[in-house]
Design a protein around this ligand. Structure first.
Ligand code: HAM
Length: 422
């Protein structure tokens, strides 16, 4: 036998048995984005590599080791998007969406990162994200957090999640803090791992994010960003906290929260859970006021987040599976004999014409009555319609109730639509 070809490592198939969860979540996201006045944007999966290098930052894990990058046939270096924000910003600048305007945008689609696969961490995964562009106030930040709280409540997982927030301040405060931090870490450079030594002068804040147990002690004793926030940054962060308090949203200030992408300033946040093992961050984002200018647009304030769809679905499966209604067929149409098969598929179309919301599966693969009944039962349909040779001759059709005790009935085909409606 020929050896079959397996999927690429870390890339999942989403099978029919799971898809009801996806549809359920996607439907709610579409509804909520509409309610909050966000509009959908779809950008290409493939972008020029420069876009991600310039936005996410050269010394981040994503850019330095996780991107799916290759040379296109015309010799340009292209990359399969490792996140959604850069593409949205590129599109907005290129299509003139930002100049003198505000935009509330959302997206949903596959993202690619060459990470070591484990539970909740894949090489292709889906992100849903919001990006509010042209908004500088903490109000828009609180609003996006409220959006997520509303989603968590709807999904019945609010009590499994914790909100963590931090402020990275303005460029001015970060420059000051960076200096102090480099000084401190240099003093302890013998305790830094190899990754951190590389980052020391390029991206020292990210060292604080290290999960290496050997470094936790020096990280815990490091100077904290909050001591270096200027008045503007303090006021901004204070205002966000007031808004969250007023909305009765619980949060924890995590002074070590720095995020793995370079474009952030002021507010950053993450929603985390203990229910998923090591990969417990389900949604994360922050303010990126410098990014649009960095990518060649006019300086424009912006705030957004992205959520890992697989991680949310895992939580829903674990804690709220009862919310998902199985999408079973209403009718399984049993057709026995050549004439019945021929008539049956026409009759099925007639039903679909008059009852467009009915879910009907026609038996198109032949078989005995017994076999077809088995299939009808397995399909979990509510009723079986039966067209055998007797019915064909008499111009009739039989209705059999598969899920309750009602007696079956044989009616004229001309009565079928009104009978099904009833
Ligand atoms: P991020 O933190 O890199 O942010 O990713 C956002 C979310 O995507 C994570 O919190 C996690 O739920 C999910 N995620 C990340 N990597 C994986 C993976 N390998 N497998 C499964 N899920 C994963 C961003 O991407 C920013 N663009 C967010 C943002 C939008 N900031 C401002 N606007």
């Amino acid at each position: 036998m020929t050896k079959y070809i397996q999927a690429v490592k870390g890339m999942n198939d989403i099978l029919p048995e799971e898809i009801d969860y996806w549809h359920f979540l996607e439907a709610e996201l579409r509804k909520l984005t509409d309610v909050y006045g966000y509009e959908e944007i779809r950008t290409p999966i493939l972008e020029k590599t420069d876009l991600f290098q310039r936005s996410i930052g050269e010394v981040t894990d994503i850019v330095s080791k996780e991107m799916y990058t290759f040379t296109d046939r015309d010799n340009t270096s292209v990359t399969m998007r490792p996140e959604g924000t850069a593409g949205v910003v590129r599109a907005g600048i290129e299509r003139g969406l930002f100049y003198n305007q505000t935009q509330r945008l959302w997206y949903l689609g596959p993202i690619f990162r060459h990470e070591r696969p484990q539970r909740g961490r894949y090489r292709q995964f889906y992100q849903f994200g919001l990006e509010a562009i042209g908004f500088s106030s903490p109000e828009v930040e609180a609003e996006q957090i409220m959006f997520l709280v509303r989603l968590w409540k709807f999904l019945g997982i609010a009590n499994r999640l914790e909100l963590q927030i931090n402020s990275l301040g303005t460029t001015e405060c970060r420059t000051k803090y960076r200096y102090v931090l480099i000084e401190y870490l240099t003093k302890h450079s013998d305790k830094l791992d190899e990754d951190s030594r590389v980052r020391l002068n390029k991206n020292p804040l990210r060292i604080l994010d290290s999960k290496n147990p050997a470094m936790q002690e020096i990280i815990a004793a490091a100077p904290v960003m909050s001591d270096y926030l200027n008045d503007v940054a303090k006021q901004h962060f204070q205002r966000l906290q007031e808004l969250l308090n007023a909305a009765e949203i619980n949060y924890k200030i995590n002074t070590r929260l720095v995020r793995g992408l370079d474009y952030y300033s002021h507010t950053v946040f993450e929603w985390v859970t203990e229910a998923l093992g090591a990969q417990g961050t389900v949604a994360a984002g922050g303010r990126y006021d410098i990014l649009i200018e960095q990518l060649g647009g006019q300086a424009t304030a912006a705030f957004g987040f992205a959520m890992g769809m697989e991680r949310i679905i895992e939580l829903v499966k674990e804690f709220s599976a009862n919310l998902i209604k199985p999408n079973n067929p209403d009718i399984y149409f049993i057709l026995v004999g050549d004439q019945a098969q021929k008539q049956g598929i026409i009759l099925a179309e007639h039903i679909r014409e008059h009852l467009p919301n009915i879910k009907l599966i026609t038996n198109t693969q032949g078989g005995s009555f017994k076999n077809q009944f088995k299939r009808a039962d397995k399909s979990a349909a509510t009723i079986a319609l039966i067209l055998g040779e007797d019915e064909v001759v008499a111009g009739k059709v039989t209705i059999k109730y598969l899920r309750d005790e009602r007696p079956q009935q044989t009616i004229f085909q001309t009565q079928l639509i009104s009978c099904l409606k009833a």
